[in-house]
Design a protein around this ligand. Sequence first.
Ligand SMILES: Nc1ncnc2c1ncn2[C@@H]1O[C@H](COP(=O)(O)OP(=O)(O)OP(=O)(O)O)[C@@H](O)[C@H]1O
Length: 384
Amino acid sequence: MAHDTGDTTKLLDVQHLCVDYEAENGTVHAVNDVSFTLRRGEILGLAGESGSGKSTLAYAIARLLRPPAIITQGKALYYSRSATELAGTPQKNQQQSTTMPLDVLHASAKQLQQLRWNEISVVFQSAMNALNPVLTIGDQIIDVLHTHRPAMDKRARRQRVNELLDLVGISADRQYSYPHELSGGMRQRAIIAIALALNPELIILDEPTTALDVVVQREILTEILHLRTQLNFAVIFITHDLSLLLEVADSISIMYAGRIVETGSRRDIYRHPRHPYSYGLLNAFPSLIGPKRKMYSIPGSPPDLRNIPSGCAFRTRCPLAFTACPQHIPALRPYQAEEKETQETAAVACHLYDPAYREQAPDIKEIEQAYETLTEKQRQRRRS
Ligand SMILES: Nc1ncnc2c1ncn2[C@@H]1O[C@H](COP(=O)(O)OP(=O)(O)OP(=O)(O)O)[C@@H](O)[C@H]1O
């Protein structure tokens, strides 16, 4: 059990987390030395192309990874409301208990049982697969309450079902519906209701709206924001679509080849993405907000995580790569954020911002120009 003092806004402190998959054809380094802090009530967006390690990272934190996944290094310190129960050692007062984190990565089965649903719940990618097809929506919520709140009587459980459905905008009579009787958006709302059943402090949403059409996507996102305001849970929101995060996240971390390459407030990321990869990702999707920009596609594809390029893994696709890039893995270095609230956490892992290699950091025009040149070169190559 780790000890910490002070800062009660901290909910989760991930330190140097590494996860591998021991596959037959080699070791996949899916998460590499990831560190970040999540505050109570914060919505943290994790963005990156498919295969960048987002889900692996989130499932490691929830301890939902299965073999062949192995957590090879790191800590995930969770600062629970009820640290007393989780630690299994009675504390004298609340103040003391909130400063005793639990390292989720080394938690016992009993501690995990206490943690899941009560403290952390996960909404998986596919709403349909996450629901039990032979149980009504209401019964599925009751199931969770029955297992984790055995002292709750029948009437109180039914009342909680009504409350939860009301929270997510489903009318009470729908509790008697089976999943196949609901639309995609309704099913996703039902899953969110189940995730909220025990009032968790952290909800992990893994591509929660990917299967939905754009209008329903927007409704669900609005609902999540509304619920967060009401209930003040924190969210780790995973998506490959950075433009979605620009609408909902307080802060955004961009992942590439298992590493966080940039982190900042959503405003910092859309106004001034520092990492050439963040810039490319931002301009790969049309966005309704932020300055109007040209669309580019990032050349090439993400590396094979069994054989990650030396130094900066993005260098093989980066329009601004230079001599230092293959030599050293860039560390996440803090930058002077425009947003006051993220000045402490805004950081970028790119040698272009390291005064040891470059006197002046590139401005956004330089990155844009580099993509423009690269795109033009590709066009010419295709023509010839
Ligand atoms: N069971 C497994 N065995 C071997 N490799 C795996 C396994 N599960 C995931 N991986 C690999 O781990 C890497 C990270 O995958 P992960 O699903 O975490 O990425 P992601 O960013 O969430 O992608 P997506 O958006 O497609 O879900 C990928 O290279 C993936 O192929």
